[in-house]
Design a protein around this ligand. Sequence first.
Ligand code: GLV
Length: 317
Amino acid sequence: MARILLTSRLPDDALDPIAGHELIMPIPGKSLSTGEIADSARDVEAIVCHLRDRISAAVFTSAPHLVVVATVSVGYDNVDVGAATRAGVAVCHTPGVLDDTTADLAFALILAASRLLSDSERDLRQGGWTDRHLDGYLGRDVHGATLGLVGYGRIAQAVARRAEGFSMRVLHHARRPTGLPGFVVDLDDLLAMADVVSLHVPLTAETRHLIDARRLALMKPTAVLVNTARGPVVDEQALGAALESGRLFAAGIDVYENEPNVHPLLLAAPRTVLLPHVGSASFATRLAMARLATTAAAEVLAGRRPPNTVNPEVFDK
Ligand code: GLV
């Protein structure tokens, strides 16, 4: 029996794979700081965490028995993977099970931002729907528009499938040529051609502020930007300014540079739909993610090598 730190309550059905182990659970509703995680991790062999938790180098130095960190997320920028690898700790994540749910949300943002749904609903709720104006809340058509996908992994491809149903023309850019129809070599060209740009890249040193003021200026003034990937991929200050000045038509945003804080310029920006990082938030998908993470933790504890390990080299040490 091992000791496993769960930084959040998980659905009961996600706990079967780790039944028989000693579970250290948080107080419901309380999130642990990095320091508290490091303290609580001193005697554990496994941590099951999620995006909100920073699993920094300090956690690995304070946890001599730790063998696995399983994050209930597909992105793993919350974990210092380099430090984990140096400490011989496997890092596991949850690829594959959230693609369609996140693509649904990205598409919802494409529709909501293009058709100004937040602005019009807000006005209605505030009693501002007093008359019908032919020129009120005029949005941009999604059907027939050109969608530019930045990154072409599983989630982007799921968005592309939805876009086909809306008769969109779909282009994509990725670091390496995909060899698939719609591939655009130069990101700047894709940004200039697209009516809707949807971001689907992981957060890395290369993608931080990938969409900065210069690249926002390349986009059409009628264009819509959607970000369901990671907040720091976009320079929020520059995005807020582009929306405020009308340089960019609209934005649909689910992820932020400094979550859960949202840049004041974005909060104030017109024609902007803002969601609290809910891309994978459906009952079925969150359960599947949690089960995938607990299964990976159990596998590593049992001496096996789960396929969803991001640093499998630790198993060869
Ligand atoms: C969500 O953002 C995830 O990485 O799972």
